[in-house]
Write a protein that binds this ligand. Sequence first.
Ligand SMILES: NC(=O)C1=CN([C@@H]2O[C@H](COP(=O)(O)OP(=O)(O)OC[C@H]3O[C@@H](n4cnc5c(N)ncnc54)[C@H](OP(=O)(O)O)[C@@H]3O)[C@@H](O)[C@H]2O)C=CC1
Ligand SMILES: O=C(O)C1=N[C@H](C(=O)O)C[C@H](O)C1
Length: 280
Amino acid sequence: MTATATATSAPSAIRVAIAGASGRMGHMLIDAVLASPDLRLTGALDAAGNPSLGTDAGAFLGKPTGVVVTADVGQALANADVLIDFTRPEGTLAHLAVAAEKGVGVVIGTTGFSDAQKAQIAQAAEKTAVVFSPNMSVGVNVTFKLLEMAAKALQDGGYDIEIIEAHHKHKVDAPSGTALKMGEVIAAAQGTKLADRAVYERYGDTGARVDGSIGFATVRGGDIVGDHTVLFAGDGERIEIAHKSSSRAGYAKGSLRAARYLAQHKRGLHSMYDVLGLNS
Ligand SMILES: NC(=O)C1=CN([C@@H]2O[C@H](COP(=O)(O)OP(=O)(O)OC[C@H]3O[C@@H](n4cnc5c(N)ncnc54)[C@H](OP(=O)(O)O)[C@@H]3O)[C@@H](O)[C@H]2O)C=CC1
Ligand SMILES: O=C(O)C1=N[C@H](C(=O)O)C[C@H](O)C1
């Protein structure tokens, strides 16, 4: 989706603030919100020292919005129903703490959280509604479902599982949040835990592959938006389940669906499965 026109928002529009406003996802999200009549951009947040601070959030599109990019979380959330946050874990957690106090819903797209940080998100979701997913695209979430099915069906067939992901050269976390989630989905479908099976590195005299392990391989380069392939390697055959993003539009579109979903919820930790009705 590339939004081309600025829509006039309805009086009842959901008021949306964007964190990471000048980032790759921030720009996609601002463009998408401005093109959605049922949403209104009311806040834009970025890191202290970011060159966009003090400028109009729509300046990069040549579309003034009247919303000025700020590093002040309280100011960015003053008139917001929902915050959409694609920043870094420490930024997201700081924004979430303020949003939880104000009862502002939060869509968290940021990846790279530790287990302790994920527990903080769950705690904040007792006060406000949160959608937390390492991938907002409908296609990736359907891919998770396909992986659940494949992992169950192939469990006793001696298939070795490897997850290969590729992203642009600016990405700072590895493996991607999506790749980790794929590993979790597969492990859970097989009645196990990823932590007991994951192999994140191989180098030198590794020995033979450990049966039942789930291997991860990471590629970084150029402007690759996001590719994920899960390989089930058996005797005499291989199955590959892959998703490839050629644009960030799918992530933005899914995030807006999550924002609309949050406008109907007061608290609780929700996933994109909840938003998309994929739980059954
Ligand atoms: N769930 C999903 O569907 C998707 C998730 N992602 C995830 O979203 C995140 C952002 O990705 P992307 O847009 O490519 O990254 P960018 O680096 O392009 O943008 C991040 C933005 O957040 C700002 N930021 C960084 N640290 C902080 C902080 N501590 N407080 C406030 N703002 C901060 C950056 O400002 P500055 O440049 O000044 O540091 C920048 O404006 C990543 O974790 C990525 O993995 C990405 C795509 C899809
Ligand atoms: O950093 C990115 O770009 C992306 N990050 C997410 C992840 O870590 O899974 C989602 C998507 O793959 C793009």
